[in-house]
Write a protein that binds this ligand. Structure first.
Ligand code: C2E
Ligand code: CA
Ligand code: CA
Ligand code: CA
Length: 275
C-alpha cells in the first residue's frame, strides 16, 4: 500500500507539472498572437422583431492556434484575464470591430463584449474613444456588452464608467441576464439600454412550462424600465414564436445565423435584404 501511495503521489505531481507547463506554453502562444495580430473576429447578426430588420452584429473573438486549431474564447479568455493579457486583446477586439463595422451600411451597429475586469479598468473610456476616433465609427453605432460580474465591484466605479460611455453615445447591454445576481435594484440604479436574456432560458422554452413565464416577466420588467430586450441562443422556430408572442424585441441565434467570418458579413447583409 505504501509503494502504491508513493507511485500515486508521483503520478499526481507529474500531472500537475504537465498542466503548469501547458499553461506556460499557452501563455507564450497568447503573447505571440497579441504581437503578431493572431486573432480573428467572427460576427453574429442581431435581428429586430419589431422593425423586422438586422440591427447589429456581435463581434466574437477567435484564436486560430498553430497546433491546437481554433481555440474558443471560453478556453483562453480566463487565462488571458489571469495573466493580465486581456487588456491588450480587448483593445485589439474593440479597434478591429469598429474598423470592420465602418464598412457596413448605416445604421448597422457592432456589439463588443467587455469582460468585467476590462470594464472596470480606469483607461476603458479613453480606449473606446480612441477606437472610435481611429475608425471614424459614430458612437451611436457601437454597443458594449457587459455581464453581471460588474456588480461585484464598487457601485460608484461601475456607474462612472457606464455614464462615461453613454455620454459618448455608446449603448450598453447587460449580457447573460438572469444567470448572475442582478437585483431589481441594480436595474433601476444602472442605466442599461438593453438586456440580453441568457440562452439557458431560451433553450428551456416550450409551448407550456415556466420558462415562458420567466421570459414574460423579464420583458414586462424591462418595458417598464424603458430597457430593450434581446433573446440569445434562438435555435428553433417554436422558440421564436414564443418570444414574438411575449413581446421580446430582438433575437440572436443559430436560427438566424451562426457567427460568420468578417469577410462574409457584406454578403450576408445583401442576402438578407434580398429576402
Ligand atoms: P456570449 O457573449 O454570451 O456570446 C454568445 C455565445 O453563444 C457565442 O459563443 C456564440 O457563438 C454562441 N451562440 C450564439 N448563438 C447560439 C445558439 O443559437 N445556440 C448556441 N448553443 N450557442 C449560440 P462563443 O463565440 O464561443 O463565445 C463565448 C463567450 O466568450 C461569449 O459569450 C463571451 O462571453 C466571450 N467572448 C467572446 N468574444 C469575446 C471578446 O471579444 N471579448 C470578451 N471579453 N469576451 C468575449
Ligand atoms: Ca455577448
Ligand atoms: Ca450572452
Ligand atoms: Ca455567455
Amino acid at each position: 500500500a505504501k509503494e502504491q501511495g508513493k507511485a500515486g503521489h508521483h503520478f499526481f505531481e507529474t500531472a500537475l507539472d504537465e498542466l503548469a507547463q501547458h499553461r506556460r506554453q499557452l501563455e507564450t502562444d497568447l503573447r505571440a498572437a497579441i504581437r503578431d495580430g493572431g486573432f480573428d473576429l467572427h460576427f453574429q447578426p442581431l435581428y429586430s422583431l419589431t422593425e423586422e430588420r438586422l440591427t447589429a452584429f456581435e463581434a466574437l473573438v477567435r484564436w486560430p492556434h498553430p497546433t491546437l486549431g481554433l481555440v474558443a474564447p471560453n478556453d483562453f479568455i480566463p487565462l488571458a484575464e489571469e495573466t493580465g493579457l486581456m487588456t491588450q486583446i480587448g483593445e485589439w477586439v474593440m479597434r478591429e470591430a469598429c474598423r470592420q463595422a465602418m464598412a457596413w451600411p448605416e445604421p448597422l451597429s457592432v456589439a463588443v463584449n467587455l469582460s468585467s475586469k476590462q470594464f472596470l479598468t480606469p483607461a476603458l473610456p479613453a480606449m473606446v474613444v480612441q477606437a472610435l476616433a481611429m475608425s471614424g465609427l459614430p458612437p451611436q453605432r457601437l454597443e458594449v456588452e457587459i455581464t453581471e460580474g460588474v456588480f461585484a465591484a464598487n457601485v460608484d466605479k461601475t456607474l462612472e464608467t457606464l455614464h462615461a460611455l453613454q455620454g459618448l453615445g455608446v449603448r450598453i447591454t447587460l449580457d447573460d441576464f438572469g444567470t448572475g445576481y442582478t437585483s431589481l435594484g441594480h436595474l433601476r440604479l444602472f442605466p442599461f439600454n438593453k438586456l440580453k436574456i441568457d440562452q439557458s432560458f431560451v433553450h428551456d422554452l416550450a409551448p407550456t412550462g415556466n420558462a415562458h413565464a420567466v421570459i414574460r416577466a423579464i420583458v414586462t420588467l424591462a418595458d417598464a424600465l424603458g430597457i430593450e430586450t434581446l433573446a440569445e441562443g434562438v435555435e428553433e422556430t417554436a422558440q421564436l414564436d414564443v418570444l414574438r408572442q411575449e413581446g421580446c424585441q430582438q433575437i440572436q441565434g443559430y436560427l438566424l445565423s451562426r457567427p460568420i467570418a468578417g469577410e462574409d458579413v457584406a454578403t450576408f447583409i445583401r442576402e438578407q435584404r434580398a429576402r
